[in-house]
Design a protein around this ligand. Structure first.
Ligand SMILES: [Zn+2]
Ligand SMILES: [Zn+2]
Length: 503
């Protein structure tokens, strides 16, 4: 979970991924992706009012992120204040000065991060006071990826000097040395789905996704392989229905499928040790729950072979499959050694680590890369005390169940069992009431706690792969499931080519 305070020291009057406290007085805002730990304060009355009232104040993000935001009622009246930037070419953004200060021009380049739809890194380039600053947001960059991004290179192919890197350090710990490529994780998931569905028409599968966005490649693969769309909530469906690559893989009609990724409640109710209540149908079925997750798969667990990327719990009929949307320890090390930034700020204090431990781990990682006489300046964000609560003007300071479910959470270990035996005599209402309160409680606890050829063409190819056959090409193990952009948007970016100038 991001601990980043929103300020990039090199840029005055700018806030990124944090819209609370003094940050709201910024003149220019950036949002890297739509996960709630990067959206603190974004729906607050104060922020929305500032965006509305200040003619020069805008929120910048990728086209898909803008699309997701604009589909929310909260932003309906503010869609003219949300400016989408192109992926690929640099975008010239003018940051208005405060009280007579001069405006500042910066080039902002968006780089896809493979984390969830629309997720991007921001590369800021400006005069000497700005230099080259790279903010990764959340990312899964695998070994070899950095070399493929044209945006990180000068036209002669040499790597750009990065003065400061703001880094997603979610899996900085040596405990998470490697993760499988997501295509392998998806293949495992689809095998389990195949085995279960083959047992009979009364067998359903729940894919227990860790965040509202980020599992689209799984849905696409399952829909393709089984000719069966994945059931998702109405809210998510309404967003996907305008994304051509994902649209055909999902449905909001629970009756036409046996694969569910609707906001499935964490605690499922079982009777006779066999049948389980399917939350979206209010019927009893034989269920298996498959949970793509990464936290459970430390290096003791995941040994690099696919057998060890699975954790089965027979009694719960729960299968955890290692699937990560954040870079592993080794992938972070690769990224740092490729760019060799002069300064690095860790934006995530990993679970079970303190700020000091995070800094020490980063130092340990950098030492062999830089040598002890050339170490970069290392800093770390402060762990946030309590989760921020996003509220719209009409709401109180309370998260709804739906908002909790929409948060990005890595699932931690289940309390004891994911399924609870209940007597048949209890009413359906009792089941549902119980499920909702238990779900809310659990969520509240958890929230605390390229070769240097044309990058646009490469990413367009990546999406074509998803749309066509999900088979990787040219030895790129993970690229086939990069989830950052839709092909249509990419194609638009390729067609436009020219930078967009905002002033
Ligand atoms: Zn995220
Ligand atoms: Zn469902």
């Amino acid at each position: 979970m991001s601990c980043f305070e929103g300020h990039v020291e090199e840029l005055k009057n700018v806030s990124i991924d944090y819209f609370e406290n003094n940050n709201i007085y910024s003149k220019t805002f950036f949002l890297s992706h739509c996960h709630s730990d990067h959206m603190a304060g974004l729906r607050s009355y104060t922020f929305l009012n500032r965006l509305k009232e200040e003619p020069q104040v805008f929120l910048y993000c990728s086209e898909i992120t803008a699309h997701i935001l604009k589909s929310e009622k909260t932003f309906t009246d503010l869609s003219h204040k949300i400016r989408d930037l192109l992926i690929g070419p640099g975008n010239l953004v003018t940051i208005p000065g405060n009280n007579g200060e001069e405006d500042q021009d910066v080039t902002v380049t968006l780089i896809p991060t493979g984390h969830c739809p629309g997720a991007v890194m921001f590369l800021f380039e400006g005069d000497v006071s700005v230099g080259h600053v790279l903010y990764t947001g959340d990312f899964r960059i695998v070994l070899g990826d950095a070399a493929k991004f044209k945006q990180l290179h000068y036209s002669d192919g040499t790597v750009k000097e990065i003065d400061k890197l703001y880094l997603d350090t979610t899996f900085l710990s040596q405990q998470y040395r490697d993760f499988p490529a997501r295509k392998d994780s998806i293949a495992i998931i689809s095998n389990f789905v195949a085995l279960w569905l083959a047992k009979g028409e009364d067998h359903h599968v729940i894919i227990q996704i860790p965040a509202k966005y980020g599992s689209e490649a799984i849905f696409m693969m399952l829909a393709k392989q089984f000719g069966m769309k994945v059931h998702v909530s109405d809210e998510v469906y309404n967003i996907y229905k305008n994304m051509s690559e994902i649209r055909d893989a999902v449905t909001n009609d629970t009756m036409i499928t046996r694969i569910h990724a609707c906001p499935s409640l964490r605690r499922l109710y079982q009777k006779n040790g066999e049948l389980t209540l399917l939350p979206c149908r209010v019927d009893w079925f034989k269920l298996v729950t498959i949970r793509p997750c990464a936290l459970s798969f430390t290096s003791d667990m995941y040994k690099g072979n696919l057998e060890s990327a699975v954790l089965r719990s027979e009694e719960d009929n729960l299968i955890r499959v290692c699937y990560s949307c954040h870079s592993s320890h080794e992938e972070l090390k690769y990224f740092i050694s490729y760019l060799k930034p002069k300064q690095i700020k860790a934006c995530v204090v990993p679970l079970r680590m303190s700020e000091i431990q995070t800094l020490n781990m980063l130092r340990k990682m950098c030492l062999p890369i830089y040598g002890k006489d050339n170490m970069p300046v290392l800093t770390v964000s402060k762990r946030k005390e309590t989760p921020s609560i996003n509220v719209s003007p009409k709401a109180n300071n309370v998260k709804t169940l739906e908002e909790c479910l929409s948060d990005e959470m890595e699932f931690t270990e289940m309390p004891s069992s994911s399924q609870t035996n209940v007597s048949d005599r209890r009413s359906l209402k009792e089941y549902k009431d119980n499920m909702e309160s238990e779900e809310e409680e659990e969520n509240v606890v958890e929230i605390k706690s390229m070769s240097t050829t044309d990058v646009l063409q490469t990413d367009a190819d990546i999406y074509r792969l998803i749309a066509e056959d999900l088979q990787p090409k040219s030895g790129d193990q993970d690229a086939d499931i990069r989830q950052s952009m839709s092909l249509a948007f990419l194609q638009a970016a390729v067609d436009k080519k020219k930078p967009v100038i905002y002033n």
